[in-house]
Design a binder for this molecule. Structure first.
Ligand code: ADP
Length: 329
């Protein structure tokens, strides 16, 4: 497989601050690489390094050349903060950015791609935050890049617009475009990325496909029981052989597969323990993030989660029905 991006021992300091500390990274042609990490971990600095907009130590090759020497027509970049002139319309802005390249895509096609055909004649400043961000994404697509860097592309975009941008990025990737993205949304990273790299304190501490990262660092599937009597519940479950830990108003039972839920519920019923909710979750990238950084990934969704409450009529297993009965106060 062709390697589009190769970084070796990349380092960057700002005074005493170490922004990048020995980063090794390769991104293959057609791959979507998601970069995650806490604020200040070095994500933006790494994107700047890979696009040749900040000098670094170490070695970086993009399409076999130094980043700054790569033909601009081949790279698209959407920075995290990007404020185009406010008194130009969406169409004028796409046209303007298209004019910066020797060959550019048709403006109407780019507007359609980012879902702005109908609002193309609105000034940038009158568009909603999400529409503005879509214009910005459009400016990164005008040159039909082979390699696309997107620093938080969907910030401020509503869920429907976000999903249509995901589909657009998926179709670009399917067509061979290589994408490096950062995101504030773990659901976005998990859905789009072929591989994910976790940056922490300037170091790439874990790299892999979402499923390998989850298998290596995500822990097991678990049942979370919302209950006022957490310690009694944990004791009853522990006696029955479950690995249960009580915290404030809940009990977390690790290593519970769906077929074990009924047994856990029976244990609670037999012990006369009432509860407010049962939530079964599969490990996700969110758990990987929590495990490796010690922080939760703010605003992230947990795609594997399903919630069953007493009011719920959609019980995933018959045994959860009996949970509802057993859980009544
Ligand atoms: P992230 O994008 O993961 O939030 P950044 O790459 O923006 O992280 O920042 C990494 C570290 O480098 C942080 O400690 C940040 O304060 C510092 N940093 C980034 N840019 C500059 C700069 N221009 N001047 C000084 N320090 C900077």
């Amino acid at each position: 497989m062709n390697e589009v991006v190769v970084a070796e021992s990349v380092g960057k300091t700002y005074g005493d601050t170490v922004a990048l500390d020995g980063v090794d990274l390769t991104v293959a042609e057609g791959e979507v690489f998601g970069l995650i990490g806490p604020n200040g971990a070095g994500k933006t600095t790494l994107i700047r390094a890979l696009t040749g907009t900040t000098p670094v130590t170490g070695e970086i090759r993009v399409f076999g050349s130094e980043p700054a020497a790569v033909d601009a027509d081949r790279i698209g970049l959407l920075p995290q903060s990007f404020s185009p002139p406010a008194r130009l319309t969406a169409r004028e802005l796409i046209d303007y950015y298209a004019g910066l390249y020797e060959t550019a895509r048709d403006t109407e096609a780019v507007l359609a791609d980012v879902g702005l055909s109908e609002d193309a004649d609105s000034w940038y400043e009158t568009l909603s935050g999400g529409q503005q961000r879509r214009v910005c994404v459009g400016t990164a697509l005008v040159n039909d890049p082979d390699l696309l860097f997107l620093d938080e592309p969907t910030t401020g975009i509503d869920p429907a617009g976000r999903r249509s941008l995901w589909e657009l990025l998926e179709s670009l990737a399917a067509g061979g475009t290589t994408v490096v993205l950062t995101s504030h949304s773990m659901a976005e990273v998990q859905r789009l990325s072929d591989r994910v790299g976790l940056l922490q304190d300037g170091q790439l501490v874990a790299v892999g496909t979402p499923s390998t990262l989850i298998a290596d660092h995500g822990g097991t599937s678990r049942l979370v029981i919302g209950t006022e009597t957490g310690h009694a519940a944990a004791e009853a479950l522990g006696t029955a052989g479950f690995s249960a830990t009580a915290s404030q108003a809940e009990v977390v039972v690790d290593g519970v597969s769906p077929v074990d839920i009924g047994e856990a519920v029976d244990v609670l019923s037999a012990a006369g323990i009432s509860y407010d909710s049962l939530t079964w979750t599969e490990p996700s990238l969110e758990d990987v993030y929590l495990q490796l950084t010690g922080e939760s990934f703010e605003g992230a969704a947990t795609p594997g989660a399903s919630v069953v409450s007493e009011e719920s009529t959609e019980s995933p297993t018959p045994s959860v029905d009996s949970a509802a009965t057993g859980g009544e106060k």
